[in-house]
Write a protein that binds this ligand. Structure first.
Ligand code: ZN
Length: 122
């Protein structure tokens, strides 16, 4: 098992990452009220009477551009939350594929890593 100091340090990094991700997400998405892990991209409400068609098209394009970014950030945030849960449960750093401990150096570089390097290569 890892020592307490290492776990504390990882927890700090994960919480910092969580804040950063939530801040990035909140710039263009809203947290789902019913499902706290889910984020919805804001779609600017346009009054069809007032907007010229070209401007509306730009708005839609922008929305489509944001979706993959929102998705990536949401996945990252989910991983971070799962890692924080594992710290609480005392299962942090265990490879999800083979059940062995993930190397400290690997976890330092990527605190939300789920698999050891050997399993990642498969
Ligand atoms: Zn493994």
């Amino acid at each position: 098992m890892f020592d307490k100091e290492f776990i504390e340090k990882q927890k700090e990094s994960l919480e910092k990452e969580k804040k950063d991700l939530e801040r990035l997400l909140s710039e263009f998405a809203t947290k789902d009220k019913e499902d706290g892990d889910n984020w919805k991209t804001n779609y600017t409400n346009i009054d069809p009477e007032e907007v010229d068609p070209e401007e509306e098209a730009n708005e839609v394009e922008e929305f489509v551009d944001l979706l993959p970014q929102e998705y990536t950030l949401e996945i990252k945030l989910k991983n971070v939350n799962e890692s924080l849960e594992k710290i609480e449960k005392g299962t942090y750093g265990i490879c999800e594929s083979c059940g062995r401990m993930i190397l400290e150096e690997r976890l330092e570089a990527n605190p939300s890593a789920k698999k050891c390097l050997e399993c990642l290569d498969l």
